[in-house]
Design a protein around this ligand. Structure first.
Ligand SMILES: C[S@@+](CC[C@H](N)C(=O)[O-])C[C@H]1O[C@@H](n2cnc3c(N)ncnc32)[C@H](O)[C@@H]1O
Length: 600
């Protein structure tokens, strides 16, 4: 408590003295005037210089004793107004001064964060210090909102629904490992084959029992329910696969008998095989005919999008095949183009899935190993390629390690995490009486499910096990090399993922994320390590943004959707600071593009 008070007192005293000094001093002419919101950051450290500071000894770790950010904007503004009044002939407005975005005579536009609309002047400025530095959006997160029903709303077709359903199953938590079925069998029958896991008597007993026993029963039931659900999903996948395979064998059989007896009509051969099947199934002809109509659909989907589509289609495929409204050439072409993309996701996220195919004698060998984002796919169905290979031409030694969480650059931060943002409640917490409070929703944050009440980004923070979101790295056709595709829709305000990489500082002239707490500037560099957020391109009409979010007193940068449809590229606005003075032209292709070279 004491040390925090001292820290704050000293910080305040230093800030006050410096502020007074700058206000008094007339000598700020050499300071850069192009800063949009100048602040002076002062950090004070206490350290041991040792008896002989010339000697090459390892210094002891410095202790930070004060930190303050002094807002220079009012002083700069006052001085530039003064200068403008001194220099401008009477009658001209100061709105023309450098850095002002408004047209002469128009009201001043108040920019917010990096999303300020730049005029060509500010784009041309050479601020090489900041080139290629992406910043977070300082505005609030995009808010979830309902779409007004009287307006035109995009309604997914049954094909869209089928495809989205497959992507969601692929990225979902259901494990399609056939072993689950045998595990389930062992689990329900160990005591005696007639004893159910929970019978009515036990349930009554448990209701009267203490909380510990009840919790145990609840936990067991959760596990049982999960396993049964998974087992039945596995069975459903096997069912569809087997039915599609049956159609293949049925048609083979008809062809073989036609070849053996060509003098008999094709219809007759067909009928013979059909009747034989009815006998084996024990079904009426009508029953089998109705079923075959749907099974044929499964087989056509399999021919286009592969077995993978059947395994992960879930319930949606039944509807798709029953009504057959979208069994068009275009639809089948679309499915064909998705085949290898589905396989990349399935092999990397659910590597057991091919074992299901052994039941119909298909190969169960995986084709795509590693992390789902180690692969770059194409929208035109071309063979996926390894991520590394897409950079070798420009960077022969390119390597990229997929990270779950950011790592701290020890050389720069010596064991500190610059993202630490102690709240005032941290003081009380030190006494063991307080909790972490979310700055956005004001609710308690905790990794313990029972204690957590903050659901700002429920898929990213808390007790959840993060899973790769439904996105793929793909080859763009606009000349930006790779980009990121949304496979399923992301509603406005949803967190897609965290921008993770190496937490460092001092990186210049390469793409890097600039971020800062109230006291410390830091950078997140994804040059060699990171996650899928590394592959997000800029668009002047972005459908996502990077925002800061604090979880358990540590700042994170989160990719937040502004409302993204399935199948579109995910983009963010890198901002003026990134593009200023950069010898590159924006290829976003939007009519509102602000950084196209032809504009200059
Ligand atoms: C963070 S990376 C994005 C992924 C990148 N396209 C790749 O293949 O690695 C940023 C780089 O992508 C390219 N880029 C992104 N958006 C762009 C745009 N709108 N126009 C031109 N190049 C862009 C630039 O080369 C930029 O340095």
């Amino acid at each position: 408590m004491d040390s925090i008070d001292h820290f704050e007192e000293l910080s305040k005293a230093i800030a006050k003295t410096i502020e007074e000094h700058i206000a008094r001093s007339k000598n700020s002419a050499g300071w850069p005037q192009e800063l949009k919101h100048p602040v002076l950051r002062v950090d004070a450290f206490l350290e041991d210089q040792g008896p002989d500071h010339d000697q090459d000894t390892t210094p002891s770790r410095p202790l930070q004793v004060a930190s303050s950010t002094i807002d220079l904007a009012p002083i700069f503004r006052a001085r530039s107004t003064q200068r403008a009044t001194d220099q401008e002939p009477r009658g001209e407005t100061s709105a023309r001064s450098s850095g002002d975005e408004s047209e002469p005579g128009s009201p001043r536009r108040r920019g917010v964060g990096k999303l300020r609309v730049a005029n060509t002047q500010s784009f041309e400025e050479d601020v090489t210090e900041h080139q290629r530095q992406i910043a977070t959006d300082t505005r609030n997160f995009p808010k979830r909102r309902k779409i007004a029903s009287d307006k035109f709303v995009f309604r997914p077709s049954t094909l869209d629904k089928l495809i989205i359903g497959i992507w969601e199953q692929l990225h979902g938590t259901l494990d399609l490992n056939p072993q689950i079925i045998s595990e389930q069998y062992n689990m329900t029958l160990p005591v005696s084959s007639s004893t159910p896991v929970i019978n009515e008597d036990t349930a009554v007993e448990i209701r009267g029992a203490g909380p510990a026993l009840q919790t145990d029963a609840f936990h067991r039931m959760n596990t049982l329910c999960r396993k049964v659900t998974q087992a039945s999903r596995v069975c459903r996948s096997i069912e569809i696969v087997v039915q599609a395979k049956w159609i293949e064998l049925f048609e083979d059989k008809v062809q073989t008998s036609i070849a053996a007896a060509p003098h008999i009509s094709k219809t007759k051969h067909h009928k013979q095989a059909f009747v034989e099947a009815c006998q084996d199934f024990g079904w009426s002809e009508k029953e089998l005919r109705n079923k075959i109509a749907i099974w044929r659909g499964y087989r056509e989907v399999k021919d286009a999008a592969g077995w993978v589509a059947l395994v992960f289609a879930g319930m949606g495929i039944y509807r798709f095949c029953k009504y057959r409204v979208e069994f068009t050439k275009e639809a089948m072409k679309r499915l064909q183009n998705l085949r290898t993309r589905f396989e990349v996701a399935a092999d990397t996220l659910q590597p057991h899935w091919r074992q299901l195919l052994s039941i119909i004698g298909e190969s169960s060998r995986l084709q795509y190993a590693g992390h789902p984002h180690d692969w770059v796919v194409s929208e035109d169905g071309a063979q996926p390629v390894l991520l590394r290979s897409t950079y070798l031409e420009r960077e022969p030694f390119f390597e990229f390690e997929q990270l779950e969480e950011s790592i701290i650059d020890e050389r720069e931060w010596r064991g500190e995490d610059p993202r630490w943002v102690p709240q005032s409640s941290a003081v009380v917490r030190a006494n063991g009486n307080s909790t972490y409070v979310c700055a956005v929703c004001d609710q308690t944050q905790s990794d313990e499910p029972a204690l957590n009440s903050c659901y700002c980004f429920p898929n990213l923070f808390g007790c959840v096990k993060r899973r790769p979101p439904p996105v793929q790295i793909y080859r763009t056709n606009k000349g930006q090399n790779n980009g990121l595709l949304a496979l399923a829709p992301f509603e406005r305000g949803a967190g897609i993922g965290e921008f993770v990489g190496l937490i460092t500082k001092g990186v210049r002239h390469v793409d890097v994320m600039d971020s800062a707490t109230a006291t410390t500037n830091y950078q997140i560099w994804q040059g060699r390590q990171g996650n899928f957020t590394r592959f997000i391109n800029h668009s002047c009409k972005a459908n996502a943004q990077f925002s800061q979010f604090t979880w358990l007193d540590t700042q994170h940068v989160v990719l937040v959707s502004k409302g993204i449809e399935a199948g579109v590229e995910i983009s963010v606005d890198y901002g003026d600071r990134y593009w200023a003075g950069l010898d590159k032209s924006c290829l976003c292709g939007e009519s509102c593009c602000r950084y196209r070279r032809a504009h200059r």
